[in-house]
Ligand binder design. Structure first.
Ligand SMILES: [Zn+2]
Length: 113
């Protein structure tokens, strides 16, 4: 309680971020987005495989539909939990996340860097 951590506070103020730091965070953000996309593709692939296997093997939909739902839910959970601001850890909106973090104001736009 009595402990105070003075030094870091100033530095975490987004207004004080140097362009170097911004750049580093943006790079981390881009990396994260790329990973997210790849995982999304994997999940989509698994979903398609499940559906086509279910259909091709004539498995009763009561078996593979819940499995598909489970994988889709897992993908969604992953998306929501991993989609965070690299700077402050605030959750980011899944759509139009290119602007800025709502938590710390870090500019996330980075079409071409
Ligand atoms: Zn942030």
């Amino acid at each position: 309680m009595g402990d105070e951590t003075p030094a870091l506070d100033e530095h975490e103020d987004p207004c004080d971020w140097t362009s170097e730091e911004q750049k580093a965070f943006r790079r981390a953000f881009n990396e994260q987005r790329r990973r997210q996309r790849r995982v999304g593709q994997v999940f989509t692939g698994v979903l398609l495989a499940l559906v086509s296997l279910g259909v091709l093997l004539r498995v009763s939909p009561s078996w593979w539909v819940p499995a598909v739902g489970l994988v889709a839910a897992a993908g969604l959970v992953f998306r929501l939990t991993s989609w965070k601001c690299p700077a402050c850890g605030e959750g980011l909106p899944t759509r139009g996340a290119g602007r800025a973090c709502a938590g710390c104001g870090l500019a996330l736009e980075s079409e071409n860097d």
